[in-house]
Design a protein. Structure first.
Length: 172
């Protein structure tokens, strides 16, 4: 099974594009990861918030796939989530000194394929740090990432918001 994590950054939607792309590197990483994930015409399960569903449909559709919201074992899963939005004073949530440690721990869980750590993310702290982690928690609960081949395509906090683009190739 293939699993890809991308951020729910609305700047990835064409409606928010501009002549000078503020997230060009992130956009490229997201498009490449989603292209790797999607088998043309095949359904892709999506773990995301209702707000991110529009982004999921756009990303999967551009890669030739279809968003699949039904239950059952998927062949491909797109996870839309991100870390804190409080890493700098100019971040959307302003600075919080807990954000860096929170994001470091979350990033380590993603890089290690640690399903238990993802499932156990502190929801209360995540809310305080404006982190969108519900999809990470669902991923950790539903899919065993143990032993997966993992590739991190993007790990940065532009504008003070922590984003990752991660690919997992999991054994069934």
């Amino acid at each position: 099974m293939r699993v890809v994590c991308v951020p729910g950054a609305l700047a990835l939607l064409p409606a928010y594009a501009s002549i000078d792309d503020p997230v060009a590197e992130l956009r490229r990483a997201v498009e490449e990861a989603v292209a790797w994930l999607v088998e043309p015409g095949a359904p892709v399960a999506v773990y995301c918030t209702p707000q991110s569903l529009r982004l999921a449909r756009r990303l999967v559709g551009n890669a030739g796939g279809q968003v699949h919201l039904a239950e059952g074992p998927p062949a491909a899963v797109l996870v839309i989530a991100n870390g804190s939005a409080k890493q700098t004073e100019k971040a959307p949530g302003h600075f919080d000194d807990r954000a860096e440690a929170f994001d470091a721990a979350l990033g380590q869980a993603l890089r290690a394929g640690d399903s238990a750590a993802l499932a156990a993310i502190d929801e209360s702290l995540a809310r305080e740090l404006w982190a969108d982690v519900d999809a990470f928690r669902s991923l950790g609960s539903d899919i065993d990432l143990t032993g997966a081949d993992i590739e991190v395509d993007y790990d940065a906090a532009p504008y003070g918001v922590q984003y990752w683009v991660v690919r997992w190739l999991c054994a069934r």
